[in-house]
Design a binder for this molecule. Sequence first.
Ligand SMILES: Cc1ncc(COP(=O)(O)O)c(C=O)c1O
Length: 383
Amino acid sequence: MEHLIHPRIKNIEISGIRKFFNMVADRPNLISLTIGQPDFPTPEHVKEAGKQAISDNFTVYTHNAGLLEVRQAACRFVNEKYGLHYNENEVIVTIGASQAIDIAFRTILEEGVEVILPGPVYPGYEPIIRMCGAKPVYVDTRHNQFRLSADLIKPYINERTRCIVLPYPSNPTGVTLAQQDLLELAELLKDRPIWILSDEIYSELVYSGKHASIAKWLRNQTIVINGLSKSHSMTGWRVGFVFAPEFLTKHLIKVHQYSVSCASSISQKAALAALTAGKEDANDMRKLYEQRMEYAYSRLVDMGFQVEKPTGAFYLFPSIEPFHTSSFEFALDLVDKAGVAVVPGSAFSAYGEGYVRLSYAYSLETLAEGLNRIEQYVQKHKR
Ligand SMILES: Cc1ncc(COP(=O)(O)O)c(C=O)c1O
């Protein structure tokens, strides 16, 4: 029966991050710097709101788009923080940012259209683009500090271009776009028949300046993806949001409804606490991430790695060029000889080859031990 499975699905591979993690997870005494999730617990008051929902038997379907008060709170949150203007009919509560990305692509993509992405990039977009029969078109950002810019994308825009993915702050590189970059992109894309999928899941984790969204200037063309996984350390609660103009949201909601009905009622009650009383919950975590970033960044620089200084998210993306090996081989060898796991850059598209991703969503002690081991490895193996 296997031949009856859709070839597009057969051709999709399991994410390189997972693949690598599964390969090395059971090695004894391994320091893993691989994971893209906060190491802090979900804030206590948010957990309490979830527990209360269960005690109150609030274990039911909600409005397909999510509870009205959660949608209103999400709109207030992005208004106060990023100056965006959406109403309750322009937001859907989704099952993590992942599902928001899925319904957005399935609503706007069709066979043969093209989606422009920066390379290297988070691996969650390409498989969905391909499932829709569309074509991912990567723009090499390696010589522009991993930043997409108007100049870089201009040559790739044609009549088939349907969408541009703007995933900043970036996983895996930790870079953000400056307001000037966004303004130039907005100017280039304004009034063209092209959507912008702006994945802002790390918007609360910006270390220098404030997060800005292109939706401020291109509201009618932009689909904003966000959620609570990273800002409130809620990866397992599965709460995301998609913000889009009403004429698009009324179509997004159909895809959402027929795929999941609604997000979990319990998680939505927890989300309400996070978005209201917990509006500033990310601040303390951000300070700690920044300390860790400064520490890990300077350690890597002292070891001689070439690495962009992150301005957001919780990843570092050093070049491993001096080791003259593939990122996969490097990462495997690092596990074998140093007992440290990092993610091969090739997991983030072909443009991630030659780099590895380190997450600093770990305690300073874990980071210090991991970096000590990397330092010993580097002293022995750098050519
Ligand atoms: C850039 C980016 N977008 C989306 C997601 C998915 O987020 P969620 O766990 O809310 O589905 C991740 C998770 O790592 C991510 O890094």
